[in-house]
Design a protein around this ligand. Sequence first.
Ligand code: ATP
Ligand code: MG
Length: 261
Amino acid sequence: MGSFIELKNVSVLRDDRKILDNINLVINSDENVAIIGPNGSGKSTFIKLITGKIYPSYTGDDTVCKLFGRIQWNVHNLRNMLGIVTNELQYNFHNEITGIETVLSGFFASIGLSNTHIVTNAMIKKAENTIDFLEVSSLKDKKLETMSSGEARRFLIARSLVNNPKVLVLDEPSNSLDIASAVKLHNTMRKISGSGTKIVLVTHLVSDIIPEMDRFVFFKKGKIFADGNRKNIFTSDKLSSLFGMKVKINENNSLCEIAVV
Ligand SMILES: Nc1ncnc2c1ncn2[C@@H]1O[C@H](COP(=O)(O)OP(=O)(O)OP(=O)(O)O)[C@@H](O)[C@H]1O
Ligand SMILES: [Mg+2]
C-alpha cells in the first residue's frame, strides 16, 4: 500500500515564526483522514506541504518530507496519485471556462484548456462520467464564473477525480456552502470514498466528517495536538481542549454536530 506522506521533524517558518513546528506524521494511502484544528493552526500550510506546494524550512539530516515515497514530484506524474481541491484553486478559475472544460483541464494538471492541449474522445467520456458521478451534468456547459460556489466546487472535485487518484485532499470543502449543499457534499464524499479514492479532509466543521473516516489528526498552534482513531481522538473532551471551549459531539446517522455546552 505504501505511504501517502511521511514527515519527520518538519517545520515551516514564516516571519520568524514556526507556523508548522516539528511535525512527525505518516499517512498511508489506504486511510481516510480528518485533519481538524482552529483557525490559524496550520492546516492549510500542512496541505501545501503534503501537496508539494511548499517545502520544509530546514533540511537537516533528520528531516524527511516524502510524498508517495519520493522527495520530489513532477506535477504531471503526481496527478494520477493525488487530487487536490482548495479554496485557493477555486479562486484561480475566474475566466470564461465552462464546467466540462474545467474538468477536462484535470487531464493536463492545468487551470483551463489551451490549444496545445489535445482532448481525446476518451477524455470527454471520462469527464462526462465524472461530472455525472458528481451529479452536476445539467450544468456542464455553464460558465464556471456564473455558478454558485457549491456548484463550481463540484466541478473542481470532478477535475481532480478524472485521473482516478489514490488520494483526494480537500481543504475546507464546505466553505460557503448552505446547510443543504453541505449535506449533499457530505454524501458525495461518502460516494468518493466508496469508489476507492481515499480522502484527506481538512476542516474545522465536524459536520463535514464522514463515517468512513477513522483517523483524526488535530492541529493546534502549528503542532500535532492529537492523532489516533475515532474512538480515542474524536471525543467531546479532546475537541473541547482543541478549541479551548467546552463542546459536545452529537452523532446522528452519518452526520456529526458540535454543540457548545
Ligand atoms: N505565507 C505566509 N506568511 C506568513 N504567515 C503565514 C503564511 N501562511 C500562513 N501564515 C500564518 O500561519 C498560520 C497558519 O495558517 P494556515 O493558513 O495554515 O491556518 P489554517 O489552520 O488553515 O487556518 P484556517 O482554519 O483559518 O484556514 C496563521 O497564523 C497564518 O497567518
Ligand atoms: Mg486553512
